[in-house]
Ligand binder design. Structure first.
Ligand code: PMP
Length: 425
């Protein structure tokens, strides 16, 4: 029965039982972590072949004959560009490969706008007012980049179809101080939402007042399916070309959650104008990326089919963890009216909304019982969740047995925090 329908006496009884259960968990001295979306050790083993690839090879040229051990090819190996292009659905001619981090490439895109500007507009550093749109809940590291550069961050609600497009269109139409938006269009971090066809079309057709408006389209989870009914995402690049808006889009991805986080290959895809600007920016800071890492990825993955085969291995490890979390939530808090959550078809996260005002308390209760979760509020700009209700679960890292223990504590903490809140109401 929903907690809201219990009498005070019934609620007090529930609270006392939960407190006893919770003390039992505390006595176990657990040390479990579900805070960040890291692949497990088992997943990392799937890509060990990357490390073997170069050892097996006596010469280091790519198909163009360039020696990958040497300087050159500032924008990456053509074979790796092809793989990246097929992953995100863009022509290989529009791809620039970087080093190990797509987040760093996003940082550089914003940095270029800040220092030199885009499309002949005033560099953002010279503006008194500059704003960035942030679909919420979202990815804390995105928000941190634009906070670092002094943007005012504006929350945009997320729906099952993606961000609130009515609000976005209304805001950007007249306000030229709004310079861009962060998007994770497929298996969004943390809601798991994939943007609907209509949402993607509206993004491609967006006509902002700011001529230097940039859509930061972070397709980090483009091949990260977890079910037999994967989501599909419309190809925004093609639509932007149709609409003549390709200068507005920067598309990012990396092999961080395909091969090795922190030791994969990252890339971006964008228009010729943006490539020209980004080239100047990049070539001022480096002579070129780590092509040996790109080459060993090419030798290991071969092509997009190699990527898809590898992702099946990831799915086999990840899917039972996601199903376990969903099952435990359903069984423990399903009909109590104290939490709602998504069931994503892919990606790395489950987003749980507990009763308003309870997220911080739940995270604290978990911590005090030895289970570390992502900080409450982290999924919002400035770390401030206006409802204090969203919690991001990252089930990938702990082994199944540990995940089960962590979820027991989590479910108990959700109920305890809810009972506490209702008793004090
Ligand atoms: N974008 C999103 C949406 C992510 O969730 C992550 C990793 N958690 C990243 C980017 C980081 O990617 P990279 O390792 O390529 O910097």
């Amino acid at each position: 029965m929903a907690y809201a329908n219990l009498s005070k006496a019934e609620l007090q009884k529930v609270f006392d039982e939960l407190s006893a259960e919770y003390k039992g968990y505390q006595a176990k001295n657990l040390s479990l972590n579900m805070a960040r979306g890291k692949p497990s050790a088992k997943q990392l083993e799937l890509a060990l072949g990357v490390l073997e690839a170069l050892k097996a090879r006596s010469e280091f040229a790519n198909s163009n004959g360039d020696d990958c051990r040497n300087y050159g090819l500032w924008d990456g190996l053509p074979e790796m560009k092809r793989i990246f292009a097929d992953m995100v659905g863009v022509p290989a001619s529009q791809v620039i490969l970087g080093n190990n981090s797509s987040l760093m490439m996003m940082f550089e895109v914003i940095s270029r706008g800040f220092s030199h500007g885009y499309n002949g507009c005033t560099p953002w550093c010279k503006l008194d007012k500059k704003k960035f749109l942030c679909p919420v809940p979202g990815y804390d590291r995105h928000f941190a980049v634009t906070e670092y550069y002094g943007f005012e961050l504006i929350n945009i609600p997320m729906y099952a179809t993606g961000p609130d497009m009515d609000l976005i269109e209304k805001l950007v139409k007249d306000d030229d101080s709004i310079k861009g938006i962060w998007c994770v269009p497929k298996y969004s971090n943390p809601t798991g939402v994939t943007y609907s066809d209509e949402t993607v079309r509206r993004f491609a057709a967006l006509k902002p007042a700011a001529k230097d408006f940039k859509i930061m389209w972070d397709n980090a989870y483009c091949v990260h399916d977890l079910t037999d009914t994967p989501d599909t995402l419309l190809n925004i690049y093609d639509l932007c070309v149709e609409n003549g808006t390709e200068d507005q889009i920067f598309i990012f991805a990396s092999t961080s959650k395909i091969s090795f986080p922190g030791a994969g290959v990252a890339g971006l895809a964008t228009s010729d104008n943006n490539i020209r600007d980004f080239k100047e920016h990049t070539l001022t800071s480096t002579i070129g990326p780590d092509k040996l890492n790109q080459l060993r990825h090419v030798l290991f993955l071969h092509d997009i089919n190699g990527v898809r085969a590898l992702m099946k291995g990831h799915r086999a490890i990840l899917e039972p963890k996601f199903r376990l979390c969903e099952l435990m939530l359903e069984e423990n808090v399903g009909d109590l009216g104290v939490a709602e959550w998504n069931k994503p078809n892919g990606g790395y996260f489950i987003s749980v909304d507990v009763l308003d005002g309870c997220a911080k308390r739940v995270v604290q209760l978990c911590k005090e019982a030895g289970v570390i979760l992502t900080d409450a509020g982290a999924t919002f700009p400035y770390g401030k969740d206006p409802h204090d209700s969203n919690i991001r679960l990252a089930p990938s890292f702990p082994p199944l047995e540990e995940l089960e223990q962590a979820m027991e504590v989590f479910c108990c903490s959700i109920k305890l925090a809810a009972a506490e809140k209702l008793l004090n109401a």
